[in-house]
Design a protein around this ligand. Structure first.
Ligand SMILES: *Cc1c(COP(=O)(O)O)cnc(C)c1O
Length: 432
């Protein structure tokens, strides 16, 4: 009935997550507040790990794309479940290391890693650097040599695939700021340079075709293109890649009528394509990695807000203002992301109102949802926005000097804070 298995309604008619009553959580931790269900996160991790075991003889690794939700406890959970971590900045490396995750479990991504970050990654000893371009390759080679280390890399390749999702979250096509294109010969050049570079060990290739993808076809297509690429490069350079990272981007349910693919089906079909293409092109089946982010944490989280003013403009719309907004969830303002919204105290009742959920920032565009159905709501009610576990806390800002909400983790009904609510003191701590 709801967008996520961890969401339900109790005998009082209150919305629950991971067995905890959201009204009690709101009373205990205040609003706005992000709430995550630990069991759901772990279940999602296991589904990916098992799908590689069952369909690809376990010859692969799942890396959690930590940018979806990066905090120490989330890094620990992913590591405990046997996942590696994708990191995209020095800050994410630092967070993972502070959480006790081993550096060799980290894959370092990004289209413009700074020299400081490359130094940091090399010194820390990250497992893989996913090299985006030739300048980066040269810089990394120099830094690795200076440090007397050899760095294992994957080259980020643009497979030239249009995954039919929103323009801002599409990355596999040729017109993308990420990676080296196959068609233009850039990718071949990258391989030749990597094979010759000092202190660099080329392990294979990486691609990531986009985000919030609902079909398996673009993933199958990418797998086919990448195996073809491995074979072509073997023929042209003699180098046969051992590893293939297929990226993330698996879609999740934001609204009840969204229909994402099951991870199991994704891996069954992609593994079949990989094996078939490797046989056809006479290359070894590579060790694979996948990089789910949103699909690990997205539907395991929700955000709780308290309703303030309700403004009905006759024949126009009803604005329901909440005590958060674009500062804790910029996804609507960025790309009109859709969400299911509920009155947490009346979660089982029919949605008889259509409202615009408005944030409290000084921006007319600061909306969380426009013209969305919801149960009747009034000032003081607790509203829940579902599926906010990914790209909400991690994209949050202090616009209008509003402190960021806490992240509360629920495990079988028991709640604990894993990221504290920011204080006013936190807001001025770097001000001189
Ligand atoms: C963002 C990103 C991911 C994760 O994408 P999701 O849509 O959250 O699964 C994986 N790999 C790379 C390289 C990314 O940039």
């Amino acid at each position: 009935m709801f967008v996520s298995d961890c969401i339900s309604v109790n005998e009082k008619g209150h919305l629950t997550i991971g067995g905890a009553d959201t009204l009690e959580l709101a009373a205990q931790f205040g609003t706005p507040c992000y709430v995550m269900d630990e069991q759901q996160i772990r279940k999602n991790c296991r589904a990916f790990v098992n799908s590689i075991k069952e369909n690809y003889d376990g010859n692969g690794l799942v890396n959690y794309a930590s940018k979806a939700l990066c905090c120490k406890e989330m890094c620990r959970i992913a590591a405990e479940e046997g996942l590696g971590l994708d990191v995209v900045s020095g800050g994410e490396i630092y967070t993972a290391l502070s959480a006790g995750v081993a550096a060799e479990k980290l894959n370092f991504h990004g289209n413009n890693k700074t020299l400081d970050e490359l130094h940091y990654a090399v010194k820390a000893g990250v497992g893989r650097v996913i090299v985006d371009n030739l300048e980066e390759l040269n810089a990394l080679s120099r830094i690795a040599a200076e440090n007397g280390k050899t760095v294992d890399i994957l080259l980020r390749i643009k497979p030239g695939i249009d995954a039919h999702t929103h323009e801002f979250i599409r990355t596999g096509q040729i017109d993308s700021k990420f990676g080296l294109a196959i068609e233009t010969g850039e990718a071949l050049q990258g391989i030749q340079a990597a094979l010759q570079a000092e202190a660099i060990c080329l392990k294979g290739y990486h691609c990531h075709i986009g985000s919030q993808i609902f079909d398996v076809e673009p993933f199958e297509h990418a797998a086919q293109v990448m195996i073809g690429f491995i074979a072509d490069m073997k023929a042209q350079t003699g180098y046969e890649a051992e590893e293939l990272d297929l990226g993330g981007g698996f879609g999740i349910k934001y609204r009840t009528d969204d229909n994402p693919i099951a991870f199991e089906e994704y891996m069954a079909r992609v593994a079949a394509v990989l094996k078939q293409e490797c046989a056809a092109r006479q290359v070894k089946t590579p060790f694979i990695s996948i990089e789910p982010g949103r699909s690990i944490v997205g539907s395991a989280g929700l955000t709780l807000y308290t309703v303030g003013a309700v403004k009905t403009i006759p024949d126009v719309r009803t604005y329901v203002s909440i005590d958060g907004g674009m500062g804790d969830n910029p996804r609507y303002i960025l790309y009109q992301a859709e969400y299911e919204i509920l009155n947490a105290a009346r979660a089982n009742e029919p949605k008889t109102q259509v409202v615009t959920l408005a944030g409290r920032c000084c921006e007319s565009g600061d909306l969380i949802q426009e013209n969305a159905p919801i149960q009747p709501v009034a000032a003081g009610d607790i509203v829940a926005v579902l599926s906010t576990g990914a790209y909400n806390y991690s994209m949050a800002s202090n616009y209008n000097r509003i402190p960021r909400p806490p992240v509360v983790l629920v495990d079988r009904g028991q709640a604990r804070v894993i990221v504290r609510r920011e204080t006013y003191e936190d807001l001025v701590k770097n001000d001189i």
